[in-house]
Design a protein around this ligand. Structure first.
Ligand code: NAI
Ligand code: MG
Length: 341
């Protein structure tokens, strides 16, 4: 077989990003695939040093590479003049319209067996257009929630294609009972897109009922698609179903670029201690390989992660004593063993 060389941009970002990205790199290097890694910077530390959280050079590197693996970036809770959130900026700048968040059972405490679903979150509009205003001497605030036919069609089309490769079921998650004009438009676009995918079984679910059904029995879902804020909240819920932030991977996918990242943030409370759980980043790296056309290797990484989560060593958040790098090396060893057999 021809040996492809994958060009991967690595962005550590802030906090535990500096720990989980090297850990995932250790695992990628154990796959036997050929990579050229290029490091780029983004985030709060970058802003403090050079006055922007996303340098132009970083955008160019992401566009030039086959895919990017991103750690996490810190955002201050107070408004800082000139600062913008790195990942939000990149999603918009590169039109990474699909935020893909799988929630799959892995053997960790608190995870619900039988969970194997994917939340597809629209990544470019909704409330995240960040248009807020105050009126009435500051006593009234309004935020715009933008829903367009085109963005809705595009995200549902993406979810339909994903569903076709999986169990063939798609839940359209909405609140059209209260928001018939905006979420009604989302549904209209969704059914237009669905006409071209007659084999996918479509179900409409109102977002609040969706939250309840997910908690009671997540195994009833395959792919779920929804607008930005619903996706933000529901995908944190589904991350909780499979053991929390240390586990949950994600992808931000567009036509021109793709960035894979753990769902968690920069975790300043545990940064620099070498104890962050790199599972979410390693699973994000596996998603990246699947996206690049290496589904077999991606699945083997998942199997290696599961084997180590089961037998140890585990990181402290899962009750173990392993460092970030010790866990990653155990996964890398297991991976090499599985790839040999
Ligand atoms: P967080 O995800 O960083 O941390 C929440 C809690 O989970 C903390 O107690 C943390 O120690 C723990 N945790 C997170 N990841 C872990 C891991 N891999 N291993 C073990 N424990 C882990 O969320 P938080 O504290 O709300 O935000 C911290 C910073 O991260 C903020 O500046 C926030 O803006 C940023 N953030 C960035 C994201 C991104 O880059 N995509 C996403 C979410 C938050
Ligand atoms: Mg979130």
């Amino acid at each position: 077989m021809e040996n492809r060389v994958y060009k991967i941009t690595l962005i550590e970002g802030d906090g535990i990003g500096h720990e989980v990205i090297p850990a995932a790199r250790t695992v990628l290097e154990a796959t036997g695939l050929s990579f050229v890694f290029d490091e780029a910077e983004a985030g709060w530390e970058t802003f403090e040093r050079i006055g922007t959280s996303v340098p132009e050079e970083t955008v160019e590197k992401i566009e030039r590479s086959d895919a990017t693996l991103f750690g996490a970036a810190t955002s201050p809770t107070k408004k800082v003049e000139g600062f913008f959130g790195a990942i939000r900026h990149l999603r918009r700048r590169l039109d990474l319209f699909a935020n893909v968040r799988p929630a799959k059972y892995h053997p960790v405490p608190g995870a619900t067996p039988g969970t194997d679903l994917i939340v597809v979150r629209e990544n470019t509009e909704g409330l995240y257009v960040e248009q807020e205003r105050r009126y009435a001497r500051g006593r009234v605030a309004i935020a715009d929630r933008v829903i367009t036919y085109d963005a809705s069609y595009r995200i549902v089309e993406f979810a339909l294609e994903l569903a076709e490769r999986r169990k063939g079921r798609l839940a359209l998650v909405h609140k059209a009972n209260v928001l018939p004009l905006s979420d009604g438009l989302f549904l209209e676009a969704a059914y237009d897109a669905a006409k071209r995918h007659p084999t996918v079984e479509i179900e409409e679910v109102i977002v609040d009922a969706c939250a309840m059904r997910l908690v009671r029995d997540p195994s009833q879902f395959d792919v779920l698609v929804m607008e930005n804020l619903f996706g933000d909240i529901i995908s944190d819920l589904t991350a909780g179903l499979v053991g929390g932030l240390g586990i949950a991977p994600s992808g931000n996918i567009g036509e021109r670029a793709a960035i894979f990242e753990p769902v968690h943030g920069s975790a300043p409370d545990i940064a620099d201690k070498g104890i962050a759980n790199p599972t979410a980043t390693i699973l994000s790296a596996a998603m990246m390989l699947d996206h690049l056309g290496e589904p077999q290797v991606a699945r083997t990484i998942e199997d290696a992660v599961d084997a180590v989560l089961e037998a140890g060593p585990r990181t402290p958040d899962l009750g173990g004593k392993a460092t970030t790098q010790e866990f990653a090396e155990a996964v890398a060893e297991k991976l090499k063993e599985l790839l040999r057999t």
